[in-house]
Design a protein around this ligand. Sequence first.
Ligand code: HEC
Length: 150
Amino acid sequence: MKRSILILVVVLGFSISVMGWSWFPQQKASQPETMPLVPMMQQLLEDIQEVDRGIYTENFAMIEEGAGNISDHPTMTPEDKKLVKQTLGKEIQQFVKFDMVVHHHADSMRMAAVEENMQKVLKHYRITQQGCVDCHSNYREPISTARVEQ
Ligand code: HEC
């Protein structure tokens, strides 16, 4: 009698842990909701490098993960938002537009990776990359300078 209870407990415990695995098979540490701008940018660089590696090794899962992390990237901390607003004034509208381009096309790139469509991945990759660089050409220098002078 006691033995059968023991077996029951072991079997139950085992199946619960197996269920846990299959219900949350790829649960990753999610990104924080806000992040200071510079570390966030360094993270974006790592994410786009992961996408690059995925493109050249034809590893669509890698592209999907990197692109997904770019499109879901954390927002700036309130302090950084304030700094950007003060530095750019009305120009912040254009800043936000570049950010939207990156969010939107990184997500399209992620979906193209799910479809394993490399041409579509590249199409959205180029637009994403253009978005990163457009924002930098216009705003990186003034924001970086304002941060140093803070
Ligand atoms: C909406 C504007 C914007 C977009 C879009 C943007 N960045 Fe940036 N990025 C900045 C600004 C502003 C800085 C400078 C921050 C500072 O020095 O205070 C920066 C700096 C950087 C840096 C240098 C960080 C350091 O160590 O000083 C890297 C790397 C970077 N961005 C990568 C990326 C990548 C990759 C993307 C696209 C996936 C991207 N950024 C998209 C605004 C943007």
